[in-house]
Design a protein around this ligand. Structure first.
Ligand code: SAH
Length: 396
């Protein structure tokens, strides 16, 4: 790997020195110092004093990540091994659980390597690479991992622009190919997981605590609407928590078979549930016209989505989405509003919710809020890494 020195502007010196791990263009005195993905970067201040070391890896949010603030530490397999060992050690208790067999083992910069996450699915591991730069360290990282941990299989996802070079294979890396689906458990509930079938594997692990809250405390006796439902995870938990009926709405055709599968895995009669392939915004029109309302509405839209008629951006459109959700929620009913948009924080999210209720002239009460669960480790120098925001709000 090539070593380049990058000079950090005085203005950003303290921030970087204090452990902020993300490198952005605006921090650099001279952008020509950046050469290529995977280069090892030595960050110095304007007086050429060492601050930190990292690597170049372009993502939307920045141009690379810092890995160490110790000038004697090299960016090599040993460093990766140390970060992985610490992360595995922090999750020791997770490996022994029997009613939850899937969790995040390594959470990017929160565990000391930006641009890499590793998830555990009952002995199988999924590595997700978020930049070409981090992918160039793949061999060292995998070698370090193999020394530290046994595994049944390793799969990977590349979440960066591969400029057509990425031939669609089934993402298998090593170990023994299992037959899919894997059946994992989350708080006693079964999930079918496909590590070999596109970007999404069947469940978003970061919503674990939200699903449990819905099942254990909020679903009993309720009619439930699950918008942007994907594989219907929230519907399954609501149903197991005693919901009288769930309605799942997702635009993607695949969502029907996937949702039927998740219900069936848990002994729920899917024919007693509604599973609709529909644009959520069209569904709102239908529900309002026919005065269809629900006791509990769960909505977890993507940060950005384009359908035939609509472009949805959470940062711009969440308030309006919330107003529409309010329309289809019974009086005294509840909305679980969720977003994974990294471009705004919890405070701003609650402002969208507040404005939506105010514009509707309806009072509300926030009952609970959630951010990332414990296994999605966050760096105290980078609280922005906690992208998940979920608010349980009751219509008064
Ligand atoms: N809430 C889900 C995850 C949602 S992923 C869970 O907990 O598992 C986002 C989903 O939104 C995708 O399945 C996508 O197909 C769906 N989607 C995107 N735009 C949509 C729209 N306009 N109407 C309905 N579904 C949409």
């Amino acid at each position: 790997m090539i070593l380049s020195t990058i000079k950090i502007k005085n203005k950003f010196k303290n921030k970087v020195a204090n452990g902020f791990p993300l490198l952005t263009k605006e921090m650099l005195v001279n952008q020509d110092q950046l050469k290529q993905e995977g280069d090892i970067l030595v960050a110095v201040d304007e007086r050429n004093q060492f601050i930190a070391k990292g690597f170049q890896g372009n993502q939307n949010k920045g141009i690379g990540w810092l890995l160490t603030w110790d000038s004697s530490e090299e960016v090599d397999q040993r460093l990766f091994s140390n970060r992985l060992r610490a992360a595995l050690g922090r999750r020791k208790s997770w490996f022994t659980k029997t009613n939850t067999t899937a969790f995040r083992v390594f959470n990017g910069e929160g565990d000391g390597i930006g641009g890499l996450t590793i998830d555990y699915f009952d002995g199988h591991y999924l590595f997700t690479w978020y930049s070409e730069g981090i992918y160039l360290f793949r061999d060292e990282i995998l070698a370090a991992f193999e020394e530290l941990s046994s595994y049944k299989s390793i799969y990977e996802k590349k979440r960066f622009d591969t400029k057509g070079k990425y031939l669609a294979d089934d993402d298998f890396v090593r170990g023994e190919r299992p037959s899919f689906p894997l059946i994992i458990k989350e708080n006693g509930v079964n999930f079918s997981i496909y590590l070999n079938d596109g970007a999404m594997v069947g469940v978003f692990l970061d919503q674990r605590d939200v699903r449990r809250a819905i099942r254990d405390r909020f679903a009993d006796g309720k009619s439930v609407l699950n918008l942007f439902s994907y594989t219907g995870a929230f519907s399954v938990f609501a149903s197991l928590g005693g919901a009288v009926k769930t309605t799942s709405v997702d635009l993607a055709n695949r969502s029907v078979a996937k949702t039927i599968e998740q219900f069936s895995m848990n002994g729920i009669d899917y024919e007693a549930q509604d599973i609709l392939v529909r644009d959520v915004f069209r569904y709102f029109d239908y529900a309002v016209k026919n005065n269809v309302k629900f006791d509990l509405v769960v909505m977890d839209p993507p940060s950005f989505a384009r359908s035939k008629k609509h472009t949805f951006s959470a940062a711009k459109d969440y308030k309006n989405l919330m107003k529409q959700a309010i329309d289809v929620t019974e009086d005294k009913g509840m909305i679980v509003a969720s977003t994974n948009a990294a471009s705004f924080n919890m405070k701003k999210f609650q402002r969208f919710i507040d404005e939506a209720f105010k514009e509707k002239g309806i009072r509300y009460e926030i009952l609970e809020t959630y951010s990332l669960p414990e296994d999605f480790m966050i760096s105290s120098s980078f609280p922005e890494g906690d992208y998940l925001k979920v608010v349980f709000v009751k219509k008064k």
